[in-house]
Ligand binder design. Structure first.
Ligand code: ATP
Length: 228
């Protein structure tokens, strides 16, 4: 069953058009890697799904409901859990309070998040503002998971972090995947991203240009769309 089904999405920033026709779907239990060079529309697509930058036309179906005109809090309530670029936690709440403030009943509990990120467990009583950037990113992921989303969206969750922390986050993402969590993920580290993805969707100038299995992503396609 399709959990997320985006068709012909068009989004503008003021008069400037960023998305010209994005098609993208995520099946229940699937991990989809959203790819493309800088500025091709990955973050805008994610922001459109969450109604943070509302789309102008097209359709966004989530779990059988049209959500394109819904407000962000309703979309979150339906089960879209976003870890935005540049992580956001409540600085004046402790680690544990941050997680509990987000928590909704389901398989991911405070204990589950603590097991996933032992570094967070060790810092449970610390204010979020005192965490390192990497730890704040872990907390952002932990918070999103604690909402027990049907779809977890990760936008550049490992960008700009120290290598050891990146390893911890990738390990967590692999565990989350192994639990069968549906995921839409943007990340530049292809060597880590491709092994966790069931399918890749590549954007080029605000349009879906290619979709296929990671194994079908040849050097030629990478050269053409990702410029590596
Ligand atoms: P990156 O990897 O650099 O984040 P991206 O694929 O996520 O790239 P977007 O951030 O979605 O790309 O950008 C898509 C287009 O929209 C770009 O042309 C960008 O300049 C433009 N854009 C993004 N944010 C804004 C904004 N707040 N106002 C105006 N234009 C924007």
């Amino acid at each position: 069953m399709k959990l997320l089904d985006i068709r012909d999405l068009k989004t503008f920033y003021g008069k400037s058009q960023a998305l010209f026709g994005v098609d993208l779907s995520v099946e229940e239990g699937e991990a989809v890697a959203l790819m493309g060079r800088n500025g091709m529309g990955k973050t805008t697509t994610i922001r459109s799904v969450c109604h943070l930058t509302p789309a102008q036309s097209g359709s966004i179906n989530f779990a059988g409901k049209e959500i394109m005109r819904m407000k962000p809090h309703r979309i979150a309530r339906l089960g879209v859990g976003l870890v935005p670029e540049g992580r956001r936690c409540f600085p004046n709440l402790t680690v544990e309070e941050n997680i509990l403030a987000a928590a909704r009943p389901g398989k991911w509990t405070l204990d589950g998040v603590n097991a996933l990120f032992p570094r967070l467990a060790e810092r449970r009583d610390q204010y979020a503002s005192t965490l390192s950037g990497g730890e704040q990113q872990m907390l952002a992921i932990g918070r999103a998971l604690a909402t027990n989303p049907r779809l977890l969206i990760l936008d550049e969750a490992t960008e700009g972090l120290a290598p050891v922390i990146r390893q911890d986050i990738w390990r967590a993402i692999r565990t989350i995947r192994a639990e069968g969590q549906s995921i839409l993920i943007v990340d530049k580290t292809l060597s880590e991203l491709l092994p966790v993805a069931d399918r890749c969707v590549i954007l080029e100038k605000g349009r879906t240009a290619w979709t296929g299995a990671p194994t079908a992503l040849t050097d030629e396609i990478q050269q053409r769309f990702l410029g590596v």
